[in-house]
Design a protein around this ligand. Structure first.
Ligand SMILES: Nc1ncnc2c1ncn2[C@@H]1O[C@H](COP(=O)(O)OP(=O)(O)O)[C@@H](O)[C@H]1O
Ligand SMILES: Cc1ncc(COP(=O)(O)O)c(N)n1
Length: 271
């Protein structure tokens, strides 16, 4: 059966992150993708020039209308435009007893531009995080959620455990922002910390990596995979999408990863 996966996220008109990245990931991995928009952004590969949030009321209307009809097998959240939007998602997750919930606590774009306010980030931490099967903060988001000024590689497991104490069933602290020959993420679940290592791909085209990773995890969960396998498979998919990213030539800033790399037959970049 083809599972249905829902993304609740913002729009990125450049097509590399947000809803657009999520739907590409779902499709590339063989899931049916549905999408509820929480915000419009004006952005390209160089930066974000504007944000228009959708009202909490209308996000709730989109969600209710969808859940009254579709069987949804997992949900991924990305950029949530306001505390009211967070509350609309929280209400829906409780009302429809959504268990396979992947929360990517998006705060800042790859370009460095802030996407959500501190109040929204606090609402995600206090109200949505306790409902998540897994949350996927990058290093700056991990530090922000814990109120730390920064975070070192050796603190990833400790930070993940502290975020679990805030209520999430599991946490993947993503290490994309560190340097070194490997991109190392740390999954902390009820059994403890697991290190996930992958080659670091030498490319500046990393726009949308977080969105793609969380969406791929949601597909794995929708297919009934154990979380650790869903995370490992998502990382393997993303590494290949990064390896093929330089073949795309989209924009002059941080370009997107190649979601449909498996369909791409051109020359591979040497790693
Ligand atoms: N250059 C890279 N090569 C390989 N994997 C990467 C690279 N950059 C990021 N990743 C991986 O992409 C995923 C998203 O991580 P990260 O970039 O930290 O998140 P975000 O996009 O939210 O800032 C993680 O699995 C991370 O290890
Ligand atoms: C609408 C939207 N949502 C999320 C991101 C974060 O992107 P990344 O995956 O690079 O952290 C973004 N740039 N735009």
């Amino acid at each position: 059966m083809i599972p249905t996966v829902l993304s609740v996220a913002g729009s990125d008109p450049s097509g590399g992150a947000g809803i657009q990245a999520d739907l590409k990931t779902f499709s590339a991995l063989g899931a049916y993708g549905a999408a509820v928009l929480t915000a419009l952004t004006a952005q390209n590969t160089r930066g974000v020039t504007g944000v228009v949030p959708v009202s909490g009321e209308f996000v709730e209307k989109q969600l209710t209308t969808l859940f009254e009809d579709l069987d949804v097998h997992s949900v991924k959240t990305g950029m949530l435009g306001s505390p009211e939007v967070v509350d609309a998602v929280v209400k829906t997750v409780m009302r429809y007893r959504i268990r396979r919930l992947v929360v990517d606590p998006v705060m800042v774009a790859t370009s460095g531009d802030r996407l959500v306010s501190e109040e929204t980030a606090a609402a995600i931490r206090d109200r949505l995080l306790p409902l998540a099967a897994v949350i996927t903060p990058n290093l700056p988001e991990t530090a922000a959620l814990l109120g730390w000024s920064d975070i070192q590689p050796e603190q990833m497991a400790e930070a993940g455990a502290m975020l679990r104490d805030l209520g999430a069933s599991a946490v993947v602290v993503k290490g994309g922002h560190h340097e070194g020959p490997e991109a190392i993420d740390v999954l902390v679940d009820a059994e403890g910390a697991h290190e996930l290592r992958g080659d670091r791909v030498p490319t500046k085209n990393t726009h949308g990596t977080g969105c793609t990773f969380a969406s791929a995890i949601a597909v794995g969960l929708a297919n009934g995979k154990p979380l650790i396998d869903a995370v490992a498979d998502a990382k393997a998919y993303l590494t290949e999408a990064l390896r093929a990213a330089d073949s795309l030539h989209v924009g002059s800033g941080y370009g997107p990863v190649h979601h449909f790399h498996a369909l791409w037959t051109g020359p591979r970049r040497a790693n």
